[in-house]
Design a protein around this ligand. Structure first.
Ligand SMILES: C[S@@+](CC[C@H](N)C(=O)[O-])C[C@H]1O[C@@H](n2cnc3c(N)ncnc32)[C@H](O)[C@@H]1O
Length: 272
């Protein structure tokens, strides 16, 4: 009985968020979203989800804080190095055949994935001819991504990832260290356009040759995943590439027959 009430309250909360702020969490997968809202209750000193809803509706800054709970910013540079190695070894040779490239990282969080791609493209001599787009719904993450500043404590892990991903230089070539942070090289930062874009509510904005959308779709239900696959299909050029996270696949989705596995282990698919 209590659980059923919470389910109703959650539904009303997401409806309220959508109506008031146009962020659409109504089709995210239930369990993890519920967990995150319940965690936020404590932070905001609310006894019930309804009480939280009340605050969200009347205090925009509380919604800005809740958004940090609802979106999971976890990321790292060259995350799953085998993925980036596969891009380098198998996708780059095809990308080389295009005179110009548009590449989209959807759900870019604080920028680590797009900067990893920028480094890879630079080393393969393709960055000059590329336009890079990185989008997310979390304005704070986007701002941090634009700044290109990362915690120096992560550098050792990122350097190792970079090497495992087939990096051909020294990872230190791409940042300057200052106190407890590192700043990504300006030449990489200047190549990326960061923008607010939701896979749940927005439409396609460019024709692309490669889309990397990793560790975002796991938070969506099947209908919302299909919406995202629809956007990717529409955005990709003929035979364009789609890279997903290690637990994600286009197989079994409504778009299964419109993509084929290209590097199956690394979750890279190609538009048929
Ligand atoms: C776990 S992070 C993944 C970051 C990066 N792609 C990676 O794999 O390291 C998930 C990101 O998806 C973003 N996100 C959640 N819902 C989204 C939506 N509807 N449209 C675009 N991005 C979304 C979150 O804000 C968060 O930054």
């Amino acid at each position: 009985m209590v659980d059923r009430t919470v389910e109703i309250e959650l539904k009303l909360l997401f409806e309220a968020i959508y109506l008031k702020y146009s962020y659409d969490f109504r089709e995210y997968s239930g369990a993890s979203l519920k967990r995150r809202v319940l965690l936020a209750l404590r932070e905001f000193g609310c006894e019930t989800v309804s009480a939280l809803q009340q605050r969200i509706l009347h205090e925009p800054q509380v919604f800005a804080e809740l958004l940090q709970y609802l979106t999971i910013p976890v990321t790292e540079m060259f995350r799953d190095p085998a993925y980036f190695r596969a891009l380098r070894e198998h996708v780059v040779p095809v990308l080389r055949t295009y005179p110009s490239l548009k590449i989209w990282v959807a759900g870019c969080s604080t920028g680590e994935e797009i900067y990893s791609l920028a480094i890879l493209l630079h080393e393969e001599g393709l960055l000059e001819r590329s336009m890079l787009y990185a989008t997310d719904i979390n304005p704070r993450s986007l701002e941090r991504a634009r700044q290109g500043i990362f915690d120096i404590n992560h550098v050792r892990k990122y350097t190792r990832n970079y090497q495992l991903a087939g990096g051909t230089r020294s990872f230190a070539d791409y940042y300057t260290a200052a106190y407890d942070s590192v700043l990504i090289d300006r030449r990489l930062r200047d190549k990326v356009t960061f923008a607010d874009h939701s896979l749940a509510t927005d439409s396609v904005f460019a024709e692309t040759q490669l889309i990397s959308c990793r560790n975002v779709l796991i938070y969506f239900n099947k209908a919302l995943q299909d919406r995202a696959f629809g956007l990717f299909h529409e955005s990709l050029c003929r035979r364009g590439f789609l890279g997903l996270g290690s637990k994600e696949t286009v197989e079994f989705s409504g778009y299964a027959d419109r993509f084929e596995p290209f590097a199956k282990e690394e979750r890279i698919f190609r538009k048929t």
